[in-house]
Design a protein around this ligand. Structure first.
Ligand code: C5P
Length: 227
């Protein structure tokens, strides 16, 4: 069976960076499932469809024309041949993702697309329900936590790099509201899988988190050793 490493956790916990670094080190494919939900939210907005319109939004999710292209600055998101990376990664993009992600039929529509990516030599899957719903048989599930303040600070510097200036209190409020929605929704709520290893990255540098997860990867025999 193709090994899948699940990296779940709330926004800003460092999942994206960790997943990307792991996929580079191991030579595994990368699934950024949040980007899929972000594109669905963006596509709805772009077509003038309300995020609450579950029938129309599900239709969008079923026929989503999206491609993920690796580049020097991370993975670019191409929707209908247009690079929408910055638009989907904005604060509004996160709001849309969280709204459409609460619709059960949208989640269902995206399941196969996510599972298809589990191809040799392996997959690193970043999201909220990778370990609980999408890849329940995965040999390693990490649930990455961090305090809301640390996550808001990280998000602020990420957005600044994209040229979007958002105040810390506003980001903190948005992160807490989004987490609350993600944790309490009835379908695929943000919870650690029973067999997940919980890593709190509040006071850890990226390299330390990476080292910890790589030690789990080798301890579980997922790869023999990495130079
Ligand atoms: O990870 P990211 O911040 O890009 O995710 C955006 C939103 O998409 C999350 O707040 C969550 O509502 C939703 N999401 C989800 N399930 C996933 C990944 C993301 O519900 N596996």
């Amino acid at each position: 069976m193709v090994p899948v490493l699940c990296i779940d956790g709330p926004s800003g916990s460092g999942k994206g960076t960790l997943a990307q670094r792991l996929s580079e080190i191991l030579g595994f494919h990368l699934l950024d499932s949040g980007a899929l939900y972000r594109v669905v939210g963006y596509a709805a907005l772009d077509s003038g469809i309300d995020w609450q319109n579950s029938v129309a939004v599900t239709q969008i999710a079923r026929s989503l024309d999206v491609e993920f292209m690796p580049s020097q600055q991370g993975v670019r998101v191409i929707y209908r041949d247009v690079d929408v990376t910055d638009r989907v990664r904005s604060v509004l993009g996160g709001e849309g993702a969280s709204a459409v992600a609460a619709i059960p039929s949208v989640r269902e529509a995206l399941l196969d697309r996510q599972r298809e990516l589990a191809r040799a030599p392996g997959l690193v899957a970043d999201g909220r329900d990778m370990g609980t719903v999408v890849f329940p048989q995965a040999p390693l599930k990490v649930f990455l936590e961090a305090s809301a303040l640390a996550r808001a600070q990280r998000r602020q510097s990420q957005l600044q790099q994209q040229g979007e200036d958002v105040s810390l209190p506003r980001l903190l409020e948005a992160i807490e509201a989004r987490d609350n929605r993600d944790r309490t929704r009835s379908v695929s709520p943000l919870v650690p899988a029973e067999d997940a290893v919980i890593v709190d990255s509040t006071d850890m540098a990226v390299d330390a988190v990476l080292e910890r997860v790589m030690s789990l990867v080798t301890a579980r025999g997922i790869v023999r050793s990495v130079d």
